[in-house]
Design a protein around this ligand. Structure first.
Ligand SMILES: [Zn+2]
Length: 114
């Protein structure tokens, strides 16, 4: 659905649908109640056509760009293969965790390394 609204096809179908149903509603009820809706549908339709044309001419490379972004987004998880929580020192006095290079607890000041 998201791609459909992006490339203008949704507007084309919705615009056509609104315009045609309004036209037939006008004809069947023998009134001009829906004339405005016919123009509205037409406007949406042409908006969709323009959007679709722009999408076709400018966004041809979009799928490959999305693939590139995906490949860029994945690595950060892999770089943290080394789990930092394993090396953390736990204070025996107050149980707060500290980086392995710490000598004293930052909360209670107790010595971390014996
Ligand atoms: Zn402590």
């Amino acid at each position: 659905m998201n791609n459909l609204s992006q490339n203008g096809l949704l507007q084309i179908f919705v615009g056509l649908g609104v315009s045609i149903t309004s036209f037939f509603l006008n004809a069947s009820m023998n009134s001009s109640k829906f004339t405005l809706l016919i123009f509205f549908g037409g406007a949406v339709f042409f908006y969709g056509v323009i959007k679709y044309a722009l999408f076709k001419s400018f966004y041809k490379e979009l799928p490959t760009k999305k693939e590139e972004q995906k490949s860029v987004q994945e690595p950060p998880h892999k770089t943290t293969s080394h789990n930092p929580t394993e090396d953390l020192l736990v204070c025996q006095n107050c149980a707060t965790k500290h980086y392995p290079n710490a000598n004293f607890c930052q909360v209670c000041g107790a010595k971390l390394k014996n």
